[in-house]
Design a protein around this ligand. Structure first.
Ligand code: ZN
Length: 233
């Protein structure tokens, strides 16, 4: 297919992505949904059991469901479907390919469902910020202008009350803060190791000296007995 041959590397435009998230965020503003109780989490970061982090643009929790929202701020004409690995962006004479956001969102949803447990269903929603979803024939890929309508009218029989919505929100927020603290933990372990490698005590910044113990040699802090830090040789 000649169409695919001309493709160049995907453009990663972070600033543009952030602007798109802000636009969606303004559409998700609770004021717009004054009749419906809802909670929105922006930029939810979760780490899976393999240590990979998943950054989720928006999670919208409403009486009619939980929505995992991926925003795409692409210009031009976008071609894509559910299965194809890449989506194609046509900008004048140029074609770019991007990872299929539906697939990306699936892995995000798996993380949300892992945190929430099997009794909660998380719905996928991809929002095209530049309102160019018309060539993508997937019901849950919507234009930004249709987002409000889509959320308001979505109905798969789910009904959450205020208490459940708050519970889901708190559970996800707690998982995210565990993620942050586990990352900080890993970071501090790495920083400690760097100091140790340089012969510096990570606890008091004293010098590490080689000592002889019952079980052989080890490194201990030169400020012993005030600092009892030791590390195996
Ligand atoms: Zn020390």
């Amino acid at each position: 297919m000649g169409f695919f041959k001309k493709m160049v590397q995907p453009i990663v435009n972070n600033a543009k992505g952030k602007a798109g998230e802000r636009k969606v965020n303004s559409k998700l503003n609770p004021l717009i949904f004054d009749a419906t109780y809802n909670k929105t989490i922006n930029n939810l970061m979760l780490v899976d059991r393999y240590g990979n982090s998943h950054q989720i643009d928006h999670v919208e929790i409403r009486s009619n469901g939980i929505f995992c929202i991926e925003t795409k701020n692409y210009a031009g004409i976008i071609y894509g479907d559910e299965e194809r690995e890449k989506w194609v962006q046509v900008l004048g004479n140029l074609k770019h390919e991007h990872n299929n956001p539906i697939r990306q969102n699936k892995s995000h949803i798996r993380q949300l469902e892992r945190v929430l447990g099997p009794s909660y269903k998380v719905n996928s929603l991809v929002v095209m910020v530049q309102n160019n979803a018309d060539k993508i024939d997937v019901p849950y890929v919507v234009n930004l202008d249709d987002l409000k309508h889509y959320l308001a009218h979505y109905d798969d029989g789910t009904k959450y009350n205020r208490k459940e919505i708050d519970g889901i929100y708190e559970t996800l927020k707690a998982a995210a803060s565990r993620t942050v603290s586990s990352r900080e933990h890993v970071k501090s372990i790495k920083e400690n190791q760097k100091k140790i490698d340089k012969g510096i005590c990570p606890r008091c910044n004293g010098k590490l000296v080689l000592r002889n113990g019952r079980n052989g040699e080890f490194y201990g802090c030169s400020n012993y007995p005030n600092c009892k830090f030791t590390v195996n040789k």
